[in-house]
Design a protein around this ligand. Sequence first.
Ligand SMILES: Cc1cc2nc3c(=O)[nH]c(=O)nc-3n(C[C@H](O)[C@H](O)[C@H](O)COP(=O)(O)OP(=O)(O)OC[C@H]3O[C@@H](n4cnc5c(N)ncnc54)[C@H](O)[C@@H]3O)c2cc1C
Length: 292
Amino acid sequence: MKPAPFDYVVPSTIDEAINLLADDDVEAHVLAGGQSLVPAMNMRMSRPELLVDLAKVEDLDFIRDEGGALHLGAMTTKRTVEFSPVVAHAQPLLHAANMLVAHPQIRNRGTVGGSIAHADPAAEYPAVALVLGAEFEAQGPNGKRTIGVDDFFITYFTTALEEGEILTSMRLPAMKPGTGWSFQEIARRHGDFAMAGVGVTVELDSAGHCQNTRVVPFALGPTPVRATAVEEAINGETPSAALFESACQKMADGIEDPTSDVHASVGYRRHLSAVIGARALEEAVARARAAN
Ligand SMILES: Cc1cc2nc3c(=O)[nH]c(=O)nc-3n(C[C@H](O)[C@H](O)[C@H](O)COP(=O)(O)OP(=O)(O)OC[C@H]3O[C@@H](n4cnc5c(N)ncnc54)[C@H](O)[C@@H]3O)c2cc1C
């Protein structure tokens, strides 16, 4: 399969990239790692006339732990995240989730910003962003702006980024000391997209009750979501397998319009999400206990 003909430019500044994208007469797309865009072009599902490659744009490839948050430039590759001691120390949940993304060859090229902007519902990065309460920096013809994760993912492969806007970085606030976490998914083979996944963070109060729980199932619908009913059912309670199983079963039964495809039926996806939701909560509580 070959893509339709296209032009290709490699700007060196963000302003130059934004100007190239702003030309209304040309269908221009940002190229990051190309791991989703290029296959889509090869299958003629995407036919940009111009690719604006961000590879040489300055200051888009960085990892910084500063000001109570981990900052990741949009062009940081998943391979860089994988080997970053800063990420492993500051956000172990991100490190764990990153290891579930595809294979080394794809992590070598695929970027943080590409996964967030592409917004595949079965992708790990959008779920990480939601469970950790990310903020995104974007820059476009109207300047810079910050977008909170709750407003970012709209539906399948659709985000709040506007025409001509470039995602420049993601900010993940540090977890409170003592927070337990887990990120789990079930895929047909290691490296495949998840059939069902979940990210969890949980704190324990002085009496050992759960508090500030965040549960984010993904690969089940158009975007990752906060399972607020599960969170409410668990907060203030003593953790137990029975509590987690019953809350996650309710979550699974209540998922609106779950995805059904050749990989997994609706019923199987519901079952998987209930099982891994409970497993993830147990693992997160064990980590919180070990840290307190
Ligand atoms: C075989 C295979 C298996 C994979 N398995 C997984 C998996 O298990 N989990 C997973 O999450 N992903 C998986 N992927 C996808 C991979 O992680 C991609 O790298 C990722 O989805 C897109 O990142 P990219 O940097 O390659 O972006 P690109 O493919 O270059 O771009 C993707 C889209 O985002 C836009 N875009 C990119 N960067 C920006 C930006 N900074 N600002 C605005 N728009 C931007 C592009 O215009 C394009 O529309 C897989 C890919 C392959 C080929």
